[in-house]
Design a protein around this ligand. Structure first.
Ligand SMILES: [Zn+2]
Length: 508
């Protein structure tokens, strides 16, 4: 007699994503693993008295989404503090900060403002923020985190630690805008401790689960997150699998403490060592072979290829996966050169972002065998008249060629970089991409957001498809992404998210 399942999902179309177009009617999970996928009758045989049965209402069941590039603490900050993304004027930003001031007795913090999208395109000033409150610090961080606006209280308190050159003034008076090195003292002053980091992570994981995310590869630098993830796991509070990618400045400590990629529990594990080769296209700091369309420069190295080669050697010698941020074609080229000296497949070395990829680099990528950890949501900037056209001109068509990468055999792992965290929005962008060489089918895009992330973690036999023996990480959608128009995919509702066989999110 077969043991009953813990959970049955019925009245559904289960897309396994294991084989093209393979669908079933129901799925059963026991002890955190998928035990049966098949027709409704066959799966119903596993129903016992204590089995939880979810009627999916004709919805679609998929493997849970794996977001291969997140910054969960930042998601938490947007949720807990004033979220200044999407406001359309300085006045609207001030309103959000006032709402936050009414909720807390402490400092008033806001994150993510972007004045370039406002009609009144100016930074928030000291006067704006003094109007929020004059008796507590008010700080509004710009989206790129290289610029912040402060009120008079914050300025008085932290100015001594700020280099004068990075404190903007007008007629000798500080405007309240501080940049670069002067932002550092603000980070230090408002650095969340362990308890607050736990609150930020709890808020972020709730959001991630609501969007169907069951696992993330999270970027950690100088943060309490690695401890917090393990504490939450011990307490049984973690509802998201977390693979920690440690910043390069933690590499020596990771090696010294004897950690290698994959060490950890079922819920929290060591991932890669993450380094940087170049900057961003927005900031004209991504390293290009030809100058920017709107400037003479070709970007800059953050870590040059020689140093990168040493970093990869050190990580690989310790059996640590390596991932390098590389956005411009010159940066990707140099990164692939370095990775070519290694067995990239063994440790699943990856290139983060890999945005500007002319044809020859697509071929090289395939030869090297590295994972392309890419963000389909960034295609929102690759459309006609978008940011990438201003920076790259016609080369915008060579940005993020997912179709060509897939056809060449490059493993794709989709992620969001939390801009925004939302897998279905990313799938929509990939399916509706402006260029044929960028565009994927719904199935291909969903596989990159599930099996792709699992592969990048060396876990493709454990996760990423709906098959017996795999982890019970699933998402239920109200509508089929195959049945709606491509540009509606991002609007599909997630009705249930299941991690390790437990329902961690339920709609309504
Ligand atoms: Zn990132």
């Amino acid at each position: 007699m077969t043991e009953p399942a813990d959970l049955l999902l019925t009245n559904a179309t289960v897309h396994t994503l294991a084989r093209p177009d393979e669908t079933h009617e129901a799925v059963a999970v026991r002890d955190g693993r998928i035990v049966r996928v098949g027709d409704a009758f066959k799966v119903s045989l596993l129903r016992g008295v204590e089995t939880e049965v979810i009627d999916c209402g004709g919805g679609v069941v998929l493997p849970g989404f794996v977001d291969a590039h997140t910054h969960l603490e930042m998601v938490g900050r947007h949720l807990v503090h004033a979220d200044l993304r999407g406001v359309d004027s300085p006045a609207a930003a001030v309103d959000r900060l006032r709402e936050r001031a009414a909720e807390t007795d402490g400092p008033v913090l806001g994150y993510g403002y972007d004045e370039s999208t406002w009609d009144e395109a100016r930074y928030l000033t000291r006067a704006d923020l003094d109007s929020v409150t004059e008796d507590r610090p008010v700080v509004a961080f710009r989206e790129d985190m290289h610029t912040a606006s402060v009120n008079s209280v914050a300025l008085d308190r932290y100015r001594a630690a700020m280099p004068d050159g990075d404190v903007h003034t007008e007629d000798g008076e500080p405007t309240g805008v501080v940049v670069e090195e002067a932002v550092g003292p603000l980070f230090d002053a408002f650095d969340p401790g362990v308890a607050e980091t736990a609150d930020l992570v709890r808020a972020a994981q709730e959001r991630a689960n609501a969007l169907g995310v069951t696992a993330v590869h999270d970027m950690c630098r100088g943060s309490h997150k690695p401890r917090v993830y393990r504490d939450l796991d011990d307490a049984g509070e973690l509802t998201l699998r977390v693979r920690i990618n440690y910043w390069i400045d933690h590499a020596a400590a990771v090696v010294e403490t004897g950690l290698r990629s994959g060490h950890g529990s079922e819920m929290v594990e060591v991932g890669a060592i993450k380094s940087f080769t170049d900057g961003s296209l927005g900031g004209r700091t991504a390293k290009l072979t030809e100058p920017y369309a709107d400037g003479d420069e070709t970007g800059q190295w953050v870590v040059d290829p020689e140093e990168l080669a040493e970093e990869v050697d050190r990580a690989a010698d310790a059996d640590l996966q390596f991932t390098a941020h590389a956005i411009g074609d010159a940066a990707v080229d140099a990164t692939l050169d370095v990775l070519a000296d290694h067995d990239a497949e063994r440790l699943r070395h990856r290139v983060e972002h890999a945005e500007l990829l002319p044809d020859d680099l697509v071929e090289r990528f395939a030869e090297v065998g590295a994972v392309a950890s890419v963000q389909p949501n960034f295609l929102k900037w690759a459309r006609e008249g978008g940011l990438y056209e201003s920076r790259l001109g016609e080369r915008r068509r060579e940005v993020m060629p997912f179709r060509d990468l897939l056809d060449a055999g490059v493993p794709l792992a989709f992620g969001s970089d939390c801009m925004p965290l939302d897998p279905l929005f990313g799938v929509q962008q990939a399916v509706t991409a402006p260029e044929a060489r960028q565009r994927l089918s719904v199935t291909e895009a969903l596989r990159a957001y599930t099996l792709g992330g699992a592969y990048a973690a060396g876990a493709e036999t454990e996760a990423g498809t709906v098959e017996p023996g795999k982890r019970g990480d699933l998402v239920v959608l109200a509508d089929s992404p195959w049945a709606v128009d491509g540009d509606q995919i991002g609007d599909i509702d997630v009705t249930h998210t299941i991690v390790d066989g437990a329902v961690v999110y339920r709609d309504g």
